[in-house]
Design a binder for this molecule. Sequence first.
Ligand code: NAD
Ligand code: 89V
Length: 343
Amino acid sequence: MMELRGALIGCGFFAVNQMHGWRDVNGASIVAICDRDPERLKLVGDQFGVDRRYTDARQMFTNGGFDFVDIATTVNSHRTLVEMAVAHKVPAICQKPFAPTLADAKAMVAACEAAGIPLMIHENFRWQTPIQAVRKALDSGAIGAPFWGRFSFRSGYDVFSGQPYLAEGKRFIIEDLGIHTLDIARYILGDVTSLSARTKRVNPKIRGEDVATILLDHNSGATSIVDVSYATRQSVEPFPETLIELDGTQGSLRLSQGYELQVTNAEGATNTDVAPILLPWASRPWHNIQESVFAIQQHWADCLGRQEETCTSGADNLKTFALVEAAYESAASKATVEIRTLL
Ligand code: NAD
Ligand code: 89V
């Protein structure tokens, strides 16, 4: 198979995981990097032995010589950089959150479609080993048809030390973390018809909301709750585990803290350890996320090679991003939001 050549833009906090991931991916590697901050550029370039370095993305696209671009910058630059990729007909991966607004995200999808280039959102949480195990258990029919679910992420972990910008935005937990949890809810229980949400800010040192409770109606008829918090102190810190409860017509499933999956049905209860592996470059507690970075990037390389759509394509991710917009709208108005009105 021909090795795909990638270029990465944004050599910040999280991109280091992506660079490690690309080293492990079969069939792709990074040949050029870009960051407008020369210090970050040097740090990542030296660590990963990449000689082609740019402080200007436009210059990097003009010079070319790569088959795809991996955009690992924060949200405000996503639309401009995806549009640069479109102008140069370069397939693009874009980090979550997709864009500052749903209108931007729609314009990005339309531009990529018109240019005929694939766009994948780096929505990696559904690629975590425990989440894949839940999907597999459901597909096996072990609990029948699910009619209720809970997708929960409650933590007191200090995310602000690694990502200080998270304390500064008007929006916080739904846009940054809940976006993953909402995507998992879609991945497990299918698309959503309507939603209502409540939010709170508990930590006085940040600008946005750090607690959200969201009630979802799924197309299938199932109901679920997505609850997320960065204001929850517990004796054993669960960061960054998503806990899942599902009740189905034939049984139930619980993904609990410590990566244990219990499936209960007429045959009894089975417990399985679904912990992620600790990749050689990974570190606890981030290893769950780090493994999923490798997995989604391998998925991209496989799909690009076969010219197949990725499972978190721009078009797919609009449906997750619409849930984020709907949650903020509902929290403000206290009304239920019909998702079709946003898409
Ligand atoms: P960061 O601020 O540490 O890094 C961003 C880097 O991009 C900086 O070095 C900055 O100089 C550079 N940059 C910004 N605009 C640029 C431009 N136009 N051209 C060139 N360089 C530019 O941020 P981060 O914490 O690494 O987060 C980056 C993105 O990753 C965010 O969207 C965040 O939400 C996302 N993220 C995703 C996960 C996940 O699990 N999927 C985890 C953490 C962060
Ligand atoms: O995955 C993320 O987007 C991260 C974190 C897990 C810290 O919320 O920002």
